[in-house]
Design a protein around this ligand. Structure first.
Ligand SMILES: [Zn+2]
Length: 164
């Protein structure tokens, strides 16, 4: 009996430290939970505010087809806001052409986004969403340009571009 217990502990401890290592650096938040109560809207209220396409991206973590967003080729100076609550998320000077077919940025405006891990494609990916209304924006990868090395791969339908 004693030996059996020891063996189980021996297996469990390394497994738990691996899990801890995977989950530790990421803030885990529910997909569409707003941090600000004012933006804690019902499904019906969101449907009234958003187009069906934007609702699918922002509130159901959908992904638009590559190369379909006008914002993909947007090169003018300005700010990209959350299409759900208009919080500024990205500035045009951090936008770059990643060749993926989605508007891409190498950095976000400080404090404007939150991340969580999603397992939709089995391999874990880091999902990110608007820190105010919880609306899903896209996924962040570690193959972006310097100085951050990050690639924020964003759905154009989740953004609203405002010219500066
Ligand atoms: Zn928002």
């Amino acid at each position: 009996m004693n030996q059996f217990l020891k063996r189980r502990t021996f297996i469990l401890i390394p497994a738990m430290s691996i899990l801890k290592f995977i989950f530790q650096p990421i803030t885990v938040l529910a997909a569409s939970q707003a941090s600000n109560n004012e933006w804690n809207l019902s499904k019906e209220e969101w449907k009234k505010r958003l187009s069906p396409e934007s609702y699918y991206i922002l509130r159901e973590e959908g992904t638009e087809r590559a190369f379909t967003s006008k914002l993909n080729n947007e090169k003018r100076k300005g700010v990209f806001h959350c299409a759900g609550c208009e919080l500024p998320l990205f500035t045009s000077d951090k936008k770059y052409d990643s060749g993926t077919g989605w508007p891409s940025f190498w950095d976000s405006i400080k404090g404007s986004i939150e991340t969580k891990v999603d397992f939709k494609l089995i391999v874990p990916r880091t999902e990110y969403h608007c820190s105010r209304c919880g609306g899903h924006q896209g996924h962040v990868f570690n193959d972006g340009p310097l100085p951050t090395g990050k690639r924020y791969c964003n759905n154009g339908l989740a953004l609203k571009f405002v010219l500066e």
